[in-house]
Write a protein that binds this ligand. Structure first.
Ligand code: 4NP
Length: 160
């Protein structure tokens, strides 16, 4: 356990974007036989939905693509800086709220934006789908699949 590489995805509610990123990356990790090497989690900056399963719309759209999103929402805390090697924010608001909790300057270097790992999309953040229609959820999944692939490539070729 101790030497596994640990990644946490963070959004606002931890019921749409970050649990989807968690489920997508976990599936890619399993498919590539890396489950013993990498741990993936997710959290939200708000705590509004503590204890909840992911949003039913996110679960439905994910299951159509073969994913299972079943993590339980929890709030991101400053302790997460000790627990994780990479902390990945979905948008700038999440990024700044995470940075505010950083215990020191060095810990702040663990924080990334999800779009840092995009390969074919040019979006500057992962848009909050909560008040969107089906298209918003599909766009989030497209962006997350692309960025998770880019992230896993960076981790596995040692180019973080
Ligand atoms: P998420 O989406 O940050 O991707 O989980 C949201 C979920 C809930 C709310 C906002 C965004 N909310 O305001 O309750």
């Amino acid at each position: 356990m101790a030497d596994k590489y640990k990644i946490v995805f963070v959004c606002l509610g931890n019921i749409c974007r970050s649990p989807a990123a968690e489920g997508i990356l976990k599936k890619m990790i399993e498919d590539q036989g890396l489950a013993n090497e990498i741990i993936v989690d997710s959290a939200g900056t708000s705590g509004y939905h503590d204890g909840d399963l992911p949003d039913h719309r996110m679960r439905k759209h994910g299951s159509r693509r073969g994913y299972r999103f079943d993590s339980i929402s929890r709030k991101f805390t400053s302790n997460d800086f000790d627990q994780f090697d990479m902390i990945i924010a979905m948008d700038d608001s999440n990024y700044h709220n995470i940075m505010r909790l950083s215990p020191d300057l060095e810990s702040g270097t663990k924080v990334y934006r999800m779009v840092d790992f995009s390969q074919k999309y040019m979006h500057d953040h992962i848009p909050d789908p909560y008040y969107s229609g089906a298209d918003g959820f599909e766009l989030v999944l497209d962006l997350l699949e692309d960025a998770c692939e880019g992230l896993l490539r960076k981790i596995t070729i040692g180019d973080k």
